[in-house]
Unconditional design. Sequence first.
Length: 135
Amino acid sequence: MSATPFVLMVDDDEDDCMLARNAFEACGAPCAFECIEDGGALLPYLSRSQHPALILLDINMPLMNGFEVLKEIKSIPTFRNIPVVIVTTSGEAEDMAYCRKLGADAFLTKPSRFGDWVNMMKSLTYAWLEASAHP
C-alpha cells in the first residue's frame, strides 16, 4: 500500500499556509501537508526529503521568487515530474503565461474567503492527489 500523499506549499505568508492547511483538513483530503516559507530552502528540502505528490508555489516571495523556484525545479531531472501548481495573489495573464512557459501544471489565484480555499483544495485533491493514486 502506498504512503499518504504529501503536499508541500512554498509561501512566505504564514496566514496563507495556515488557510491552505486548514482547507485541506476541512475537505477531508487524504494527505500530509507542510509549508516552507522560503523559496531558496525548497531545493535543499527536496534533496533530503520524500518527494511531494504536489507542490503549491507562491510567486511573490523575498530572496527567491516563485518564478526562480519553478525554473529551478523544472531544470532538475529528479524533481521535474513533481506537479507544481502556482497559488498566488496575482491574476495577471503575463504571470500565468510565464509560469506555464516555465513548466507550471496549473495557475490559481488565492481566494479571499475560507470556503473558497476549501473548494480550491477539493479540486486540487481530486485533480492531483486522488487521480495520481489511481492511475
